[in-house]
Every structure is written in structure tokens, then in C-alpha cells.
Design a protein around this ligand. Structure first.
Ligand code: SF4
Ligand code: SF4
Length: 509
């Protein structure tokens, strides 16, 4: 256990976590920028899949007029999320558009042309969370289409409904924001701490827990102070824990270990320890949805990097093209080496500036060559740095060797599926080996392979079931025929016996 002190703030009692790295944070580029509003974009593109789970089902068609906040995509199944019109306007297409993803492949998308009036439709009815049942709160969060806004995009209501399944006691609000450059959660806490605290209290009521801990990294003293000033959410006391600035402190399981000392087993949920983790921006969205009936139609995004003329934090409508966010921040200040959605450690590279921001987009980064400084990969020198940096206790160089040998099952045996894709190993590797990129690719291939295997097994099972059914049918036919034959033979025998029993010359009428 360590006592961590931050000048001017009460020290937090913490537990050591494994691994981690200390990349340059470069938060100074945007941390001083208060959240700015943006002008309405000329076009808004809302992908139907912005969350973990099934894509939403479109409820509008080309030519429809919609109002701000109107439901335009309905969640399909228990793990999915509703989508709402970010502003009023006309639906000009329900088709495919390149995804905000490295593949850039077209995905089902609703395209909306704003009418400039930004006119609200009927909002969801307001709830008084102090009187609402936990199920009502979770249902409202689902109606509002809220997902994990730290980037995980898991539907928030599913997590709020875990209370019946696990004996929960603590809500951790993740405001660590450990990715370099990103400052959107920092600004949200500094400027809207009271609303974040209220959202946390509402979530605590839905979860049935009495303890709320807000976790902030040591490089955000103003955010920590703001939360300490607003340390009650719906009457629930809020503890603020300041953790060291160390990547990936914001990873759920590592954060739980740091603040509670409890270790979450590989591939288990923190809920099994009685703890649920939500992002600070998610709490803010819950506050708006419950108190004001506002669905999730906008979010705060950090636009930063040396490739951006004026780094800033902006509140942008979901579906705003990346190009519009960059233009709002003065445009590009040269040819960027890398364009990313999210942070530099786990963010997704994009090639097309027309792609939209989605509910999980916390950053748009344009990095100059001096910020990426990757050189050509060299052979592994077995220095072990990646092993020391891995927060999951894996041996990345061994994983990489197995993947290079096309031994995916072997890679799975040494923990490929326990890798959280944090990128610490790639960051630290002196040979510049793109380890995490290889692991992500291998995970995708393994998932495909397993899906194919599952499909083959399913086909085999169905074929076996069909031949069993056919065999049973044939057996039933054979049995019916044998029965008929036996009945006919018995009948014949009966008739013969009756004939034999008649006196000679008597005629039976
Ligand atoms: S850090 Fe790079 S060079 Fe060192 S052991 Fe790991 S993979 Fe090899
Ligand atoms: S990317 Fe995976 S293997 Fe590499 S350090 Fe992170 S968890 Fe470990």
C-alpha cells in the first residue's frame, strides 16, 4: 500500500498496480481551454452501430423530417442502444457511409441535413430520481441511449441492471483520463462537477450501492478540487481518490486494484467484487437524461495535437464530421503524420476526415511527425521491457513470437485474450515492434476462426439431428409396416380357423 500525496490535496491511500508506462501527457495543449459550443454542421451522420452489441434498427426513411431528440434508431435486443436525432432537419439518406474506424468500411448510417432551427421534439418525461425505483432509472438511461463514454461504449443501462445479479456495494466514477492529450473529462469535472456528482448519485441509487469513489489522476488538481467541493450526489457522500499519473490507470481492473486493493480475475467482471465502474461523462449524461429528459445527442471532445492550429475542448453533436471539429479549432497546421479518434495509446487511426464522431469519441488528434517518432521495426532483443510494462502480467514478446509463427491457439494459451490492448508494450519496446497492433489483428483472426469453428460444429450438429430424425422416421415406418403385416397375418389365421370350425356342407351366410 502506498500513500500518494498531491500538493494542496488530501493524499489518497492506494495500492500498487502492475506494469504501466509514463508517456508524455501533452495535456497542456488543451487543458486550459474551457468547453466551447460548435456551430451546427451542414450534415450529420449517425451510424447505427456506435456501441457494443447489436446495431440499432432505423426508424426513419429518406425524406422524413425529424426534431431534435427524436428517436431515429431503436435498440435491437438487450445489449444495444437507442439513437436520437442530434438536431432538427431532414433525413437525406439511410444507407452506408465509411465508419469512424481504421478499416473505413461503409456501415449502416442515417444522414441528416440540419434545418438550422435546432428545434426540440417532445423530451422524455422528467424523473425525480429521489423517488424513482432503480429499474425506472435504468429504463430511462436505456431510453436515452446512454453508453460508456470513456470509449468502451457498453450500454450503460445493462451495467446499472447488475444489482440483481451481484451483491454490489461501490460505484467507481472513472475520471482518470490516463490517455495523453485528452482533457475532455478534466474540463467536464472542472466546469460541471455538481452535475457529474448528481449523475453519480443517480447511478448509485440505480445500483443499490452506498459508496461512491471518484478517481482522478494527479495531473488534474482542479478537477479533483472541483469534485471535493461537490462531494454529495443525491445525498450520497462522494470520496475523491487522486491516483498517480500512470498509463493505463483508467483501465477498469487496474483502477479497482489501485483504489481498493482487490484483484479482478482474468476475464471476470469487477461486479463480481461488488464494484461497478462508470465514466465521469456517462454520469453527466445520466444527470441530463433523468433530470431533464435529454437523450445522449452530444458530447465533449478534445481536439488536439501539434497538427491542430488551436487545440480545444468542444461540445459537439454526435454525428458531426471530424473535419468540422478540426475547422472549428482553426484547421490543420500542416500535414499531420497521424489522425486519430481517441488517445494516442488506444485510439483508432482514420484516413477520412468526413467520418463522424460517435458516442465513444473522446478525442480527435492530429499528430505531427515530431509527436509520433516511430522508426522501422528491428528484431526483438529479449530485453523484457514489454513484460515489465504489461499491466496484465503477460509476456508480450512471447505472444508476438507465437503470432508471427501463425500459432494463434498457442498465443491464446499464453494469454492473448487477457490482453487489454493498452499498447504499453509497443510504447516501451526499444525495437519499435508494433506489438499491440499484431495482438489486435490476431484477436480478430482468432475470433473469426472460433466463429467458423462454431459454425462448422453447428452445421455438424444440425446434420446429425436431421439424420437422427430421418432414421427415427424410417424406423417408425418399418414398425408400422411390420405391425400391419402382423395384423393381416393374424386376420388371415383367424379366418382360416373360423373356416375350419364350420360343419361340412354348411353355408355361412
Ligand atoms: S520490449 Fe521489444 S525488444 Fe524487448 S523483449 Fe519486448 S518485444 Fe523484445
Ligand atoms: S497491449 Fe496487451 S500485451 Fe501489451 S502491455 Fe497491454 S495488455 Fe500487455
Amino acid at each position: 500500500m502506498i500513500r500518494f500525496s498531491l500538493s494542496g490535496l488530501k493524499p489518497s491511500t492506494l495500492f500498487r498496480v502492475r506494469g504501466g508506462v509514463h508517456p508524455e501527457t501533452r495535456k497542456f495543449l488543451s487543458a486550459g481551454s474551457a468547453i466551447e459550443a460548435m456551430a451546427l454542421p451542414a450534415l450529420i451522420r449517425v451510424p447505427l452501430q456506435q456501441h457494443i452489441g447489436a446495431p440499432a434498427e432505423p426508424l426513419v426513411k429518406q425524406g422524413d423530417l425529424v426534431l431534435k431528440g427524436q428517436l431515429i434508431g431503436r435498440a435491437r435486443g438487450p445489449v444495444s442502444a437507442n439513437l436520437h436525432a442530434p438536431t432538427s432537419g431532414k433525413v437525406i439518406a439511410v444507407g452506408h457511409f465509411p465508419a469512424p474506424h481504421p478499416s473505413g468500411l461503409p456501415v449502416p448510417t442515417i444522414t441528416l441535413r440540419p434545418d438550422g432551427e435546432d428545434r426540440w421534439g417532445p423530451r422524455l418525461p422528467r424523473l425525480r430520481p429521489e423517488d424513482a425505483a432503480p429499474e425506472e432509472i435504468a429504463a430511462r438511461v436505456a431510453e436515452a441511449g446512454i453508453v460508456g463514454m470513456g470509449g468502451a461504449t457498453f450500454p450503460a443501462a445493462v451495467k446499472l441492471n447488475l444489482r440483481g445479479k451481484y451483491p454490489l456495494h461501490t460505484l467507481i466514477l472513472n475520471a482518470a483520463e490516463c490517455e495523453p492529450y485528452l482533457t475532455c473529462d478534466d474540463r467536464l469535472l472542472r466546469e460541471h462537477a455538481e452535475e457529474v456528482a448528481d449523475g453519480a448519485g443517480i447511478m448509485a441509487r440505480a445500483l443499490g450501492v452506498a459508496r461512491i469513489i471518484v478517481v482522478v489522476e494527479s495531473n488534474k488538481p482542479e478537477a479533483a478540487s472541483a469534485m471535493r467541493r461537490h462531494n454529495l450526489g443525491m445525498g450520497y457522500p462522494i470520496e475523491v481518490k487522486v491516483v498517480p499519473t500512470q498509463y493505463p490507470m483508467g483501465s477498469e481492473k487496474h483502477m479497482v486494484k489501485a483504489v481498493t486493493g482487490q484483484e479482478t480475475p482474468a476475464r471476470a467482471l469487477t461486479a463480481e467484487l461488488g464494484i461497478v465502474v462508470h465514466n465521469a461523462a456517462t454520469a453527466h449524461a445520466v444527470h441530463l437524461a433523468v433530470r431533464y429528459g435529454e437523450p445522449l445527442i452530444s458530447r465533449v471532445v478534445t481536439v488536439s495535437g501539434r497538427g491542430i492550429a488551436r487545440p480545444a475542448n468542444v461540445r459537439a453533436l454526435i454525428g458531426t464530421p471530424v473535419a468540422d471539429l478540426i475547422a472549428h479549432c482553426g484547421g490543420l497546421s500542416g500535414e499531420p503524420e497521424k489522425l486519430l479518434l481517441g488517445g494516442p495509446m488506444m485510439g483508432q487511426p482514420i484516413a477520412n476526415l468526413r467520418v463522424p464522431i460517435v458516442k465513444g469519441t473522446n478525442g480527435v488528434l492530429a499528430l505531427s511527425p515530431s509527436e509520433t517518432h516511430r522508426s522501422a521495426a528491428m528484431p526483438c532483443i529479449r530485453c523484457g521491457s514489454c513484460v515489465q510494462a504489461c499491466p496484465c502480467g503477460l509476456t508480450p514478446f512471447e505472444l508476438n513470437a507465437r503470432i508471427q509463427a501463425d500459432d494463434l491457439e498457442g498465443a491464446a494459451e499464453v494469454g492473448l485474450l487477457d490482453c487489454v490492448s493498452c499498447g504499453c508494450c509497443s510504447f516501451i519496446c526499444p525495437s519499435n515492434i508494433a506489438l499491440v497492433q499484431g495482438f489486435n489483428f490476431a484477436k480478430g483472426r482468432l475470433a473469426e476462426k472460433q466463429a467458423r469453428k462454431h459454425q462448422q460444429e453447428e452445421t455438424k450438429r444440425l446434420a446429425a439431428a436431421r439424420s437422427a430424425r430421418e432414421e427415427a422416421l424410417a424406423e417408425a415406418k418399418r414398425a408400422a409396416m411390420a405391425k400391419r403385416k402382423a395384423e393381416m397375418a393374424a386376420k388371415k389365421a383367424r379366418e382360416a380357423a373360423e373356416a375350419a370350425a364350420q360343419p361340412d356342407g354348411e353355408v355361412v351366410k
